[in-house]
Design a binder for this molecule. Structure first.
Ligand SMILES: *Cc1c(COP(=O)(O)O)cnc(C)c1O
Length: 393
């Protein structure tokens, strides 16, 4: 055996996540590990919860990070709120709605699917029709920001429909949190989950979640225990809860939580509104550059996410070859299409720390260089100028 230490290359991450991690967050990771029940660590956990309430714009005390990636937050919402025999209306307009369906069915519940074309927002009228047909649905689940396509849905309207029909809303805000407005209390969302590696500028592996009073009541009054021991909120509350005795439930990822704490401090310093505005500003410049090059964005302007840009390909160009060259020659990662959009689009992320002018110009310049070298039918040399004009406007 002669395997030595692993030193990853220095990349620029402009795909669908993970995105570039702020150096202050990486520095926090390397601080000394202490016990997860150490009083100083417990005090830090309380600060994480407090700052998370700000990020989610909620007063809910049941707001905390789950010690696993975004998918664990998704699973936590479904396994806690659903029991066998329940019905859930699930909106699907991309990859992640399909995962919600899987979750519902593995809870022994029935998923009533409301499907929309990939790249479009969830159609609110279809959701109303689904409730008219299934007034007994207990849950409405939807993805706020579909990372597979870059489309945003109207979370406030969807949550209102759920409320009107006495159902609980579950919202995936993995890609929206800290990138575009997420207002849990104002919108009346009952359960939401996110991830640390998209617009929060943190390392992957943690999933912030929040549950409303109504969701908490539902969890307390379950007829059957949550089938997942690890994700049972009744047990997790004993570990993260306010006046809980902090009994051992699992060992928190101590250093990852230092990192997450730092990313939330950064968010607090910048301010949520400023973070949202930053994503809009750099998206406008990226878009101007791509369009000047002759490429187009897939999602209608009204539903477009600033932090995830699905881009059409120039005619006759092998999308994987371009991504390969960007990675090898420029250390730049952009994303491929998923599912129905595989091979047909690129996904350029502008998430969190990665969302800045330097990256926008670097990405446009690198893409222009590779495509020009491949003799693609684009307007070579136009992109950076158009992006600069967008910044100057
Ligand atoms: C990334 C993502 C997830 C899954 O998060 P992981 O951390 O990869 O488990 C879920 N939903 C959406 C919308 C995402 O973008």
């Amino acid at each position: 055996m002669s395997i030595s230490s692993f030193y990853p290359p220095q990349r620029t991450l402009m795909g669908p996540g993970p995105s570039d991690v702020n150096p202050r967050v990486l520095a926090a990771l390397a601080r000394p590990t202490i016990g997860h029940l150490d009083p100083q660590f417990v005090a830090m956990m309380d600060e994480v919860k407090q700052m998370l309430q700000y990020a989610f714009q909620t007063e809910s005390a049941l707001t905390l990070p789950i010690s696993a990636p975004g998918s664990s937050g998704m699973e936590a919402c479904f396994v806690n709120l659903l029991e066998a025999g329940d019905k859930a209306i699930v909106c699907q307009n991309g990859v992640f709605g399909g995962r919600m369906k899987e979750n519902v069915e593995r809870c022994g519940a029935t998923a009533i699917m409301v499907e929309d074309e990939w790249g479009k927002a969830v159609d609110v009228a279809k959701v109303e029709a689904a409730f008219a047909e299934h007034p007994d649905a207990k849950v409405l689940a939807f993805v706020h920001a579909e990372t597979s396509t870059g489309a945003q849905s109207d979370a406030a309207a969807l949550a209102a429909i759920a409320k009107k029909n006495n159902a609980l809303s579950i919202m995936d805000c993995v890609t929206s949190l800290a990138g575009t407005p997420v207002k849990i209390d104002e919108w009346g969302i009952d359960a939401a989950y996110s991830g640390t590696q998209k617009c929060l500028s943190c390392v992957p592996g943690i999933s912030p979640v929040t549950f409303s009073e109504a969701a908490q009541e539902t969890i307390k009054n379950r007829k059957t225990p949550v089938q997942s021991w690890f994700l049972d909120m009744n047990l997790i509350m004993g570990y993260w809860g306010k006046n809980a005795k902090r009994a051992y439930h699992h060992t928190a990822p101590v250093n990852s939580l230092y990192a997450f704490h730092e990313s939330l401090v950064l968010l607090q310093e910048e301010g949520l509104e400023a973070a949202w505005a930053r994503h809009v500003e750099h998206h406008a410049a990226l878009r101007a550059g791509l369009e000047a090059m002759g490429l187009s964005l897939v999602v209608d302007e009204a539903d477009r996410l600033p932090q995830l840009n699905a881009v059409s390909l120039p005619e006759g160009i092998d999308e994987a070859a371009v991504r390969g060259r960007l990675l090898n020659e420029y250390q730049l990662e952009i994303g491929a299409g998923l599912g129905a959009m595989a091979g047909k689009i690129w996904r350029i992320g502008l998430m969190g720390h990665a969302c800045n002018q330097k990256n926008v110009l670097f990405c446009l310049g690198s893409l222009d260089a590779v495509l020009t070298d491949m003799d693609a039918k684009i307007n070579s040399g136009a992109a950076v100028k158009a992006a600069l004009a967008s910044y100057a406007a």
